[in-house]
Design a protein around this ligand. Structure first.
Ligand SMILES: NC(=O)c1ccc[n+]([C@@H]2O[C@H](COP(=O)([O-])OP(=O)(O)OC[C@H]3O[C@@H](n4cnc5c(N)ncnc54)[C@H](OP(=O)(O)O)[C@@H]3O)[C@@H](O)[C@H]2O)c1
Length: 282
């Protein structure tokens, strides 16, 4: 079989850190796009220095690549009505991939991307549409929240109510990406990724051994504003809380097992093995 060259973006991030290790273990040929020489040297794998906002660096990094793993930083606070930078950046990467002759893009997206929805949910929908129209073979990974979102020792506070969320380990997202990126033939479609169980935030707090403070939405908004977040961003975050409280992320999918051949990691296993092993975990 021909050797496929993969360009891995987001390689210094939560998913990407697992992915480069998994690809190296699998003997796959890849290079990572990183934003500085120092980050590349720390990664310990082949790399190209570049940025989504630097077209020439994308062109150089993609030269000779057959497949692209596309993962950027997600939504950031922007002025009201301004588009998320991630839309411009990921579209640029897709366009550069097509120009470079890449044949297959595996993109990290979000659970139920929805046009016009706030933050990354709407942004990913717009990028997915661009990818689907690109003429390239594509797969999108649509995870719920990451288990890694919970900082060790910190209390869980928010307007989560009793809504359940099937959080997924980023290492399992990476394993799904690795399976797709190294498959002989591109497997196309949207892949909704969850952990094996849906938990309330009270249950997660109990597993973490930290306090859980469920706040009414207005109190949660006030707490976020007090941390200096802009009002429009806080409104958007409250919309996401409301979706979680309504159980919109409670579904458990069989996709991690379908793609990797093994069960996704449970929160208990993540806490026992994954968190402390960091990116050295599965
Ligand atoms: N957290 C969640 O619960 C959740 C849930 C569903 C979906 N998602 C999606 O998952 C993605 C984030 O994945 P992650 O948490 O693994 O990533 P992450 O840890 O936030 O890291 C982001 C990566 O993107 C790189 N990056 C950022 N801006 C860049 C630019 N302008 N040019 C090149 N590279 C750039 C960063 O490089 P540096 O190291 O140089 O900064 C880093 O490697 C987002 O699309 C988000 O919407 C997240």
């Amino acid at each position: 079989m021909e050797t496929l060259m993969i360009l891995v973006t987001g390689a210094t991030g939560t998913i990407g850190g697992h992915l480069v290790r998994q690809l190296a273990e699998a003997g796959a040929a890849f290079r990572a796009l990183v934003r500085s020489e120092a980050k590349g040297a720390a990664l310990g794998h082949p790399f190209a220095v570049g940025d989504f906002d630097d077209a020439e660096s994308l062109r150089a990094a993609l030269a000779g690549a057959d497949r692209l793993f596309l993962c950027g930083g997600g939504a950031v606070p922007v002025a009201h009505g301004e588009p998320q930078p991630m839309i411009r950046q990921e579209k640029a990467a897709i366009d550069a991939a097509r120009a470079a002759g890449v044949r297959y893009v595996v993109k990290v997206s979000v659970w139920r991307p929805t046009p016009g929805a706030p933050l990354s949910v709407g942004a990913h929908a717009e990028i997915e549409r661009h990818l689907a129209a690109s003429g390239l073979a594509w797969a999108t990974l649509q995870p719920t929240g990451f288990m890694q979102n919970f900082a060790p020792g910190g209390a869980i506070e928010g307007a989560y109510g009793t809504g359940r969320v099937a959080y997924v380990d980023a290492a399992d997202i990476a394993a799904c990406a690795a399976a797709l990126l190294t498959a002989a033939e591109p497997r196309e479609g949207a892949f909704p990724l969850t952990g094996p169980e849906a938990l309330t935030h009270a249950e997660i707090a109990a597993r973490l051994g930290v306090p859980f403070r469920d706040l009414p939405p207005e109190a949660a908004a006030a707490a976020l504003r007090a941390r200096g977040l802009p009002a429009g961003f806080v409104t958007d975050l409250l919309t996401l809380y409301a979706g979680m409280a309504a159980g919109e992320m409670a579904e458990v999918t069989p996709t991690v097992r379908d793609l990797t051949g093994r069960a996704p990691r449970s929160f208990d296993d993540f806490l026992a093995f994954g968190r402390h092993a960091g990116r050295g975990g599965r």
